[in-house]
Design a protein around this ligand. Structure first.
Ligand code: NAD
Length: 475
């Protein structure tokens, strides 16, 4: 059984829960501890007790710790990538890629630990000096989703520690394996007792205790819109700093002048890779009428050729859906799309050698933007094509959504590409690239219903993980 990590000790949870492989439900990855309220409070108390020393710790010590963690993560990429693919259902290549990305991100923040800059400015009052410095926020609660079980914990834990905060980390209940393995590495690399704590368990128990404890100073959350709204209300009521990354309904515009090969490759990738279980997935393909029919034909051909199978099998391009309830949600939306009048290609349950949650990619055509399938996040290998007259209509449809995480355009026209970069209401805009796939040294995040609070990743994360202090000194 894999234990929780509290105050430098590995401890049993109140109960334990099996972690099931979605490619083969007879394969139990391991049993993982489930913390309760009392254990979560212990972890918060340990983080609070460790804060005074860590917040004043030498920045080289923080840099060295994160450098060691990032290096170990990358060294163990094959084993950890296999664990990721086994518990979450991404393909092995995607799993290894995510692990490497987590390691790179953690190493990036090793450097950022040395770059906590302040400012000294002249006062408007004679004989007075002003200093503006960034200080750690305090105890940070980290709550993460199941779809990037290594990358997202990495991009939250690393800046939290780099900037002198202590941490209580709650990974997604469905896939605790990667979070546990990362925590083990952090412990082995010598993080001081209490500076970093892991409490696995349910959102309604462990997560809720993190939200309501007065000793947690900030909460960084990635997950669904409904839970995110709850996190926001709960934190706001307690004057607690928070940061939310939530869902998406990301548009990919394909214009008549697009290179068809690029348009199809980026759309297949954005819509269906990682089983479409990405907040940045291309779920609305907005296509102008001159290229529409050719694009749809090529998408159908491309989907037919995609190999959906066991995540660890050679040649698999799309793994299974993460679990039964997500599969049920995907199937329900496929039915909703049909009943709304859309035509569906794919979206069928598949039998493979092992019992798992296999679904062929689904593409809706003949849809309009008012349909539920185009307004609500489905979070599976399901995408829609929307036919539009021209660029102006494409832009209007792309922006007509409650979300604003990522957007893309495929075009050979500099004029439209530049206009789209200026007028897309999304936090991240891609030209001739999939909506998914980002770098780790630049800000990540969205607008409207997709995000709230400071940006994550890159140097911008300093905004969330630090508090600004302005000091005045009379000479
Ligand atoms: P979820 O909202 O169900 O859970 C997210 C986390 O919140 C989990 O750790 C869960 O245990 C916890 N939680 C649940 N109830 C809670 C409560 N009452 N208090 C505190 N914590 C609670 O989301 P999910 O199903 O794990 O992840 C999928 C969602 O995440 C999708 O909507 C996807 O778009 C989103 N996502 C967003 C981004 C982004 O950066 N924008 C990235 C990845 C995933």
């Amino acid at each position: 059984m894999k234990q929780n990590y509290i105050g430098g000790e590995w401890v049993d949870g109140a109960t334990a829960k099996p972690n099931v492989n979605p490619s083969d439900t007879s394969d139990i990855v391991d049993e993982y501890a489930q913390g309760d309220e009392a254990q979560t409070l212990q972890a918060i108390a340990a983080a609070k007790a460790a804060l005074p020393a860590w917040r004043h710790s030498n920045v080289q010590a923080r840099c060295d710790l994160l450098e060691a963690v990032g290096t170990k993560v990358i060294e163990r990429k094959d084993e950890l990538g296999e664990l990721l693919a086994r518990e979450e259902g991404k393909t092995l290549a995607e799993g290894i890629g995510e692990v490497v990305r987590a390691g790179q991100t953690i190493k990036f923040y090793a450097g950022e630990a040395l770059r906590i800059h302040g400012m000294r400015v002249p006062s408007i009052r004679p004989g007075v000096d002003i200093e503006i410095v960034r200080e750690p926020m305090g105890v940070i609660g980290i709550i993460t989703p199941w779809n990037f079980p290594m990358a997202i914990p990495g991009w939250k834990i690393a800046p939290a520690l780099a900037f002198g905060n202590t941490v209580v980390f709650k990974p997604a209940d469905l896939v605790p394996g990667c979070g546990w393995a990362l925590s083990r590495i952090i412990a082995e690399c010598g993080v001081p007792d209490g500076v970093f704590n892991l409490v696995m368990g349910r959102g309604s128990v462990v997560g809720e205790t993190i939200l309501t404890s007065p000793d947690v100073n900030g909460v960084t959350f990635t997950g669904s819109v409904d839970t995110g709204k709850h996190v926001a209300m709960s934190c706001a009521a307690r004057n607690k700093k928070f940061q939310l990354e939530m869902g998406g309904k990301n548009p990919m515009i394909v214009l008549d002048d697009a290179d068809l090969d690029t348009a199809v490759a980026t759309s297949l990738n954005g819509a269906f890779f990682s089983t479409g279980q990405k907040c940045t997935a291309s779920s609305r393909l907005i296509v102008t009428e001159g290229i529409h029919d050719r694009f749809v034909d090529r998408m159908r051909e491309g989907m037919q050729a995609l190999n959906v199978d066991h995540a660890l099998k050679d040649g698999t391009q799309i793994g299974p859906v993460v679990d039964r309830s997500q599969l049920d949600q995907d199937l329900e939306y496929i039915e909703i799309g049909r009943s709304e009048g859309a035509t569906v290609t794919g979206g069928e349950l598949l039998n493979r050698d092992t019992e798992g949650f296999y679904l062929s990619p689904a593409l809706f055509t003949e849809t309009d933007n008012s349909m539920r399938i185009n307004r609500e996040e489905i979070f599976g290998p399901v995408s829609s094509v929307l036919r539009v007259k021209d660029y102006d209509e494409a832009l209007a449809v792309a922006n007509d959504t409650d979300f604003g995480l990522s957007s893309a355009i495929c075009t050979g026209s500099l004029k439209y590409a530049e206009d789209f970069k200026k007028n897309s209401e999304a936090g991240m805009v891609m030209v001739n690239l999939p909506t998914a796939g980002v770098d780790y040294h630049v800000p990540f995040g969205g607008r409207k219903g997709s995000s709230m609070g400071a940006r994550e990743m890159g140097p911008h994360s300093v905004e969330f993980y630090t508090a600004t202090k302005t000091s005045y000194t009379a000479a």
